[in-house]
Ligand binder design. Structure first.
Ligand code: RIB
Length: 301
């Protein structure tokens, strides 16, 4: 039987502008189209897991504005995600995203209600964790809340997956409680304060995190695929070729897909392959939410 996944994190409205090229400082350019999409690393990762028919709950906060009802209504209508999402008297988290003709992006995130997910709020409902096997976290809610949730999840012997995006320093006593850490190469550089420009440097930096007690590290490398390391295994999985439309949320599709693979009891390497396929499907679609493939699509690749 599949395990149950709880994603704890952000819900955003993504205001996406399509541009021919990114502009320079002080320059004004014309955008092509403005799209109002669902996003936030928490919501995106939950959608990727739910698309695999894994029982998935999303725990987070939205504001009290029209964006919040749009997010809630859309998630209820378009996905199988079970929502444990509350309102706070704030604006809903918002991301300003530019995507260029090659599918690359630039993102600015305004936390809004995601920033109201305090330790006290987490404590009020902490027992929800007991109902799940796999807990997935990212870094778009306050860091004290994240560290508290990692500690509580580890104490309850849950499988803890952490996508450290956007990257922030993680104390050593928290690192050792993480089962799977999924940084990209830039986040890995910030976490370790080491260069990660070459594959050799990436391997060295990943090894440092392993030495600090993280049990498995998967470095997502964009069009270079992913690198996975634990005490006994080391894998380089190349990127699958696909027609890139928009790379926004590819890392979320990877992390959510990886959680879904673990929920299906896939071993480490097979879970990497599975997540890789989901991410390769996500980049063929515009937007980050609900863009990873379904379980059937992934299995057919
Ligand atoms: O990872 C992509 C996501 O980052 C976007 O959906 C945006 O909301 C930001 O959180």
């Amino acid at each position: 039987m599949d395990k149950k996944v709880l994603v704890i994190g952000s819900l955003n409205i993504d205001l996406v502008v399509k541009v021919d090229r990114f502009h320079q400082e002080g320059e004004t350019i014309l955008g092509k189209e403005l799209l109002t999409l669902i996003g936030g690393k928490g919501a995106n990762q939950a959608s990727a897991a739910a698309l695999q028919d894994i029982p998935t709950t999303l725990w987070g906060y939205v504001g009290e504005d029209s964006f919040s009802s749009h997010i809630m209504d859309t998630i209820k209508k378009d996905t199988a995600i079970d929502l444990f999402v509350k309102n706070t008297p704030n604006s809903t988290g918002t991301a300003l995203i530019e995507t260029d003709l090659t599918g690359k992006n630039r993102i600015v995130v305004i936390a809004g209600a995601n920033g109201d997910f305090t330790v006290d709020k987490a404590k009020e409902n902490i027992d929800i964790i007991n109902n799940y096997d796999i807990i997935v976290l990212q870094f778009e809610i306050p860091m004290p809340t994240i560290t508290y949730l990692i500690q509580e999840s580890a104490r309850r012997q849950k499988t803890v997956i952490v996508n450290p995006a956007p990257a922030l320093f993680i104390p050593d006593d928290i690192l050792e409680k993480i089962d799977y850490l999924t940084p990209n190469e830039h986040e890995l550089a910030i976490l370790t304060n080491m260069p990660t420009d070459t594959m050799d440097e990436i391997k060295k930096a990943a090894k440092v995190l392993l030495g600090k007690g993280v049990k498995n590290i998967i470095v997502t490398l964009g069009d270079k695929g992913a690198y996975g390391l634990n005490e006994i295994e080391e894998h380089e999985v190349p990127c699958r070729e696909s027609l890139v439309v928009d790379t926004t949320g590819a890392g979320d599709a990877y992390t959510g897909g990886f959680a879904a693979a673990l929920a299906q009891n896939y071993p480490f390497y097979d879970a990497m392959l599975y997540a890789n396929k989901g991410a390769s499907i996500s980049v063929t679609k515009l937007g980050a939410f609900n863009s990873a493939g379904s379980r059937e699509e992934i299995n057919n690749l």
